[in-house]
Design a protein around this ligand. Structure first.
Ligand code: XIL
Length: 452
């Protein structure tokens, strides 16, 4: 409402004298960012102080639909395969930077950030590395890191220094690999120290999958990062690959898990996001991921694992934001909206933002009541969505003033209005709920508010 009347006023008087017109131009420019939402993933993420990236394959850069979608929508890239050991050093001390350099120069020419992926990984590792004895393997590992990180020195925003060093399942153990088996646990910190010396400006990340929620594997990574921070081993960030599907959905404690890592004093990044599915279910999962990142101040960016479904490593699961013809999917719109962007264009539609804040209103011996206040931003809204996550064994027993939907695990409640969706600019409403504690008294996590 404020934005609209301001625009009208400026347009109405933007005629008379040159002096007045000049003043008005300044005023219009100054108010532009809040008056119109960004219209691309990269620009809307940037308005939230974050990047929005994609994995890129050098051999598709010549395809016009691929390149134009990449250039228009994304402001960060990760080479999908071109910086892996087998691509860069297929035989000992013979480095092959061609395809990776192509991606780096494409990105640099357009002001995009570059995530380096990956220096030390058990997979896509040339055979010669695995056949070295321990002392030689250590030399080869440190040489690989040093050569590659120096080649790209100053150009890489974040390096995945070590990728996937932990086992799946309940053991919390390290995964068997030539590095682990011959050098022991210490190979990970050695890799980080070597990377820091080779490119001191790059952020150094540990990256893994199945660590997106709290489980034995993420607990083991957490313990390692905590130990690194305590002992001054150089680590700056943890990457959460976030490859999701029906068997491995977005965990209900995703935001809480990102936050506990951030609390160790590292940035967190969503590094390889893709979610198999289609339509509103897929869109809703993407929205939850974006909202979780936005709710964690040290979550500095999101990378999806590819531009288009047709080139996805899991193409049959159509897990990305653009279909095979580069058309925007429902998941795209949901991500853009969650980032505060707007696909309706910058035509003065106004920001659609709202905010959600939590308070506990009552407590008894076995339960408590929570209240979430939803407040419209500088424009009127006609609907809102807020996720509330409770921690098992907590259960929500009653809700009021909202229409809840539940994730399969029963911990994430997606609340939409129940007759209280329309709010004037700055106006507020609230919904409430009762949580049966079942012995767990932690405060529910309230995600970001999405307005419509
Ligand atoms: C995948 C690529 O997308 C495929 O093209 C390639 O054949 C195999 O690797 N975790 C990672 C990524 O860290 O490097 C993987 O990328 C996907 C899983």
């Amino acid at each position: 409402m404020i934005g609209t009347s301001q625009n009208r006023g400026l347009l109405a008087v933007a005629r008379p004298t040159a002096l007045l017109a000049a003043t008005l131009v300044v005023a219009v420019l100054a108010s532009a960012p809040s008056a119109s939402a960004a219209t691309t993933l990269g620009a809307s993420a940037a308005e939230k102080g974050r990047y929005f990236g994609t994995a890129v394959a050098a051999n598709h850069l010549g395809e016009s639909g691929y390149a134009s979608t990449l250039n228009q929508e994304f402001n960060s890239v990760t080479p999908e395969n071109e910086m892996k050991w087998d691509a860069l050093e297929p035989s000992r001390n013979s480095f092959n930077y061609g395809a990776a350099d192509q991606i780096v120069s494409h990105a640099q020419g357009r002001g995009m950030k570059i995530r380096g992926h990956t220096l030390v990984w058990h997979s896509q590792l040339p055979g010669w590395v695995g056949s070295l004895a321990a002392a030689d393997l250590r030399t080869a590992m440190n040489n690989h890191i040093t050569q590659v990180a120096q080649h790209y020195k100053g150009k890489i925003h974040s390096w995945d220094v070590v990728n996937e060093a932990f086992q799946d399942g309940s053991s919390g153990a390290r995964r068997s690999s030539p590095f682990q088996d011959k050098l022991g646990n210490g190979f990970i910190e050695e890799a980080f120290r070597t990377a820091r010396a080779a490119d001191p400006a790059a952020k150094l990340c540990y990256n893994d999958y199945n660590t997106d929620g709290q489980n034995a594997k993420s607990n083991a990574v957490y313990a390692m990062v905590s130990d690194f921070k305590a002992r001054g081993v150089p680590i700056d960030c943890v990457g959460f690959q976030s490859h999701f599907n029906a068997q491995s959905p977005v965990p209900s404690d995703y935001q809480q898990n990102l936050q506990r890592f951030a609390n160790l004093g590292v940035d967190v990044q969503i590094t390889e996001l893709d979610i198999e599915g289609s339509g509103t279910a897929q869109a809703d999962s993407y929205r939850r991921v974006v909202q979780a990142c936005l709710a964690v101040s040290r979550c500095t960016g999101i990378t999806v694992w590819g531009v288009t479904d047709k080139y996805s490593w899991r193409a049959s699961g159509t897990p990305l934001l653009f279909d095979g013809n580069y058309a925007k999917k429902a998941a795209y719109t949901s991500v853009l909206t969650a980032l505060g962007g707007s696909s309706s264009g910058g035509g003065g539609g106004g920001s659609q933002a709202c905010t959600a804040t939590y308070s506990e209103t009552e407590r008894w011996g076995d339960r408590f009541n929570g209240k979430v206040t939803v407040t419209a931003g500088s424009s009127a809204i006609t609907g809102w969505t807020v996720d509330v996550t409770v921690r098992a064994p907590q259960k929500v027993s009653t809700t009021w003033n909202g229409t809840p939907a539940w994730d399969s695990g029963g911990n994430v409640m997606t609340m939409k209005p129940n007759g209280n969706g329309t709010l004037a600019a700055g106006a507020a409403t609230s919904f409430g709920f009762t949580v049966m504690a079942n012995g767990e008294w932690s405060t529910p996590t309230v995600g970001a508010c999405t307005a419509s």
